[in-house]
Design a protein around this ligand. Sequence first.
Ligand code: FPP
Length: 235
Amino acid sequence: MNTSPTHVAIIMDGNGRWGKERGFTRSKGHYAGAQAMEKIIDASIELDIKIVTLFAFSSENWSRPQDEVNYLMQLPVRFFKKKLPEFMKRNIRVLISGNQEALPEPTKKVFRKTVEATKNNNGIIVNFAFNYGGRDDILQAVHQVIEGVRNKKIALDNVNEQMIQQFLYTKELPDPDIVIRTGGEKRVSNFLLWQCSKSQFYFSDVYFPDFTKELLQQAIQVPGTPRILSNRLTR
Ligand code: FPP
């Protein structure tokens, strides 16, 4: 029997400090974070997690130094060029959650290509939250609903939680069973605000580049983590 939660969401924090404390740049910390991320995807498959959402760039991260932002925009381009053949072989489906419009063209392009290429894969879903903000997510869903009401495609009386859910960036996914944050801070930082209303939270002091399969396993085994399909539960 599978005892792992269905959907695990991770705030991959601590990359910058990891880099700085080793005398490297913050960007070197992100590179190490991307390597850890590859291992966490492998671990998620081994642990039979069905969906993993990874917070890779928040809508607040634009205020970081320009060279760091540029680096974070280029990382997916390099990452997916390298990983796409392997993702296809391993039946991994990639989704992207967040506002894609503001991204540089090469980043947008690699996301579009990867999502399209993997759309029929039915193994683990790896959902990258990129230029993602929880408030922005709710706001853009509300805008779509208002548009629907204006065009008379949606009746005001039918606007309910299920409808809002259908317009979120994560519309294809059940809510996360557990949200893990590495790096020592105990905050939600505008991540999946709507979706985490019933999720369990787990905080680790370990910086993300040092986060391992064993630590992931510990996190999802804490008492209280749901062990059956999340959307069948009323919690
Ligand atoms: C937060 O740590 C982390 C990020 C802003 C970026 C996370 C990105 C990755 C792990 C790689 C993403 C790769 C791809 C291919 C999508 P921080 O910089 O806030 O660390 P700090 O709290 O120590 O400053």
